[in-house]
Write a protein that binds this ligand. Structure first.
Ligand SMILES: Cc1cc2nc3c(=O)[nH]c(=O)nc-3n(C[C@H](O)[C@H](O)[C@H](O)COP(=O)(O)OP(=O)(O)OC[C@H]3O[C@@H](n4cnc5c(N)ncnc54)[C@H](O)[C@@H]3O)c2cc1C
Length: 356
């Protein structure tokens, strides 16, 4: 993360006017894939940060943007995401509410999973609009680290993704009104135009980047061992299957990325919302399944010494543990259940970007 801060990449989605790189979804996906090929925990933390930055850049008021974005671009501010809550990861419903103190609002928020929370310089938090508002009246609120008491709750003693230190947290604090993201269309618009495309596409690219590097490293090792000429038929088939799985998912990510980038630039016509949402959910689920499956195939192809031992020169067992989290993070079941409902609204079953 220190290297990423120094590189300028923290500000990849920060507009140039605020000192950032001013890049978009396509470059986000490219960078996530490369970072995922190095370390998926690091790549994931960075991708989550970019998601928060995008929401502030697109939907924050002028004062909030001016306050936060230049520091993000300089690599001084890493923003963590606080959306999960006990028993639910639903973006659109929160029990904990802001309390209006006149010139400030205060809050206490518990979240069971906060990636990099103890190391963050700022937080983007979902909160109920007021104590009298229904749970579905949700706002995103930005809090600087200095404005909150952040207490880690529980341990991150996880199967994988250990480098993300995604422990639970209790966050108490107060912020000014301009730190609340208020926009026409509300949380659903912020989610559809910013949080969902950036997170699903960047996570997908991180996971597939890990799988791609692992495939390259494993085939290189098998090649050195002579498998290309003398390999068992089963090994060849597993490598071929891994490549097929990887390319199908990667191509879909690229296609949906182009579609979402166009939709963000030109606005999303109402009639296209269901199919865009289906594709963005599919991308996340397809990449989670494909990346895990690629590593699983590679473990078979490489055998015990390279595939299964913790001290192997190719960390396939770590990749398998890390990528097992992909389907749990925004649970695939929840996204597929949503897609089942959306499928009945999308009468034309359009390909990404297909004229409708
Ligand atoms: C590595 C990692 C990092 C994360 N980082 C963050 C972070 O930085 N900030 C943050 O706020 N959260 C974070 N999360 C939390 C995440 O996004 C989910 O909200 C959270 O994991 C859901 O919690 P849960 O597994 O207890 O699922 P629950 O919501 O309790 O669901 C349990 C299971 O029930 C099923 N299920 C739940 N809802 C539905 C539904 N509607 N339809 C069908 N099936 C359903 C699914 O099978 C699901 O796996 C992270 C999670 C992981 C794994």
């Amino acid at each position: 993360m220190a290297a990423i801060r120094a590189s300028g990449l923290m500000g990849l989605l920060v507009p140039r006017a605020y000192g950032g790189m001013g890049l978009g979804l396509r470059e986000l996906v490219d960078a996530a894939e490369i970072l995922g090929g190095g370390c998926v925990s690091t790549a994931f933390m960075w991708a989550m940060h970019c998601q928060q930055v995008d929401a502030i850049a697109r939907f924050g008021g002028a004062e909030l943007r001016g306050d936060v974005l230049p520091a993000v671009a300089r690599g001084e501010v890493y923003i963590a995401s606080v959306t999960s809550q006990k028993g639910s990861g639903d973006l659109f419903s929160v029990a904990e509410a802001m309390v209006d103190l006149g010139d400030m609002v205060s809050f206490t928020r518990f979240a069971p999973v906060v990636t990099g929370g103890a190391y963050a310089d700022g937080y983007l938090i979902t909160l109920r609009r007021s104590e009298s508002a229904p749970n579905g009246d949700v706002r995103l609120v930005y809090a600087h680290r200095r404005q909150v008491d952040f207490a880690v709750r529980g341990e991150w003693n996880a199967l994988g993704m250990r480098g993300t230190r995604s422990a639970g947290a209790e966050i108490r604090g107060s912020v000014a009104h301009h730190q609340i993201i208020e926009t026409a269309g509300g949380m659903r618009r912020v989610a559809m135009e910013s949080l969902i495309p950036t997170s699903h596409l960047a996570w997908a690219a991180c996971w597939l980047g890990t799988a791609r590097t692992a495939l390259a490293e494993t085939t290189a090792k098998l090649r050195r061992q002579g498998a290309a000429a003398t390999g068992q038929e089963a090994t060849l088939l597993r490598i071929a299957r891994a490549r097929l799985t990887l390319e199908l998912a990667s191509s879909y990510v690229r296609t949906v990325c182009d579609y979402a980038a166009d939709a963000r630039s030109h606005g999303i016509p109402d009639g296209r919302l269901p199919d865009l949402q289906i594709h963005l959910n599919n991308v996340k689920v397809a990449a989670a399944e494909a990346s895990y499956e690629v590593i699983n195939q590679l473990i078979h192809a490489a055998g015990v010494a390279t595939g299964y031992l913790q001290n192997s020169d190719i960390p396939l067992e770590r990749h398998l543990r890390d990528l097992r989290a992909a389907g749990l993070n925004q649970p695939d079941d929840r996204l597929m259940s949503a897609n089942g409902h959306l499928a009945f609204l999308d009468r034309r079953v359009l390909r990404p970007g297909m004229a409708g």
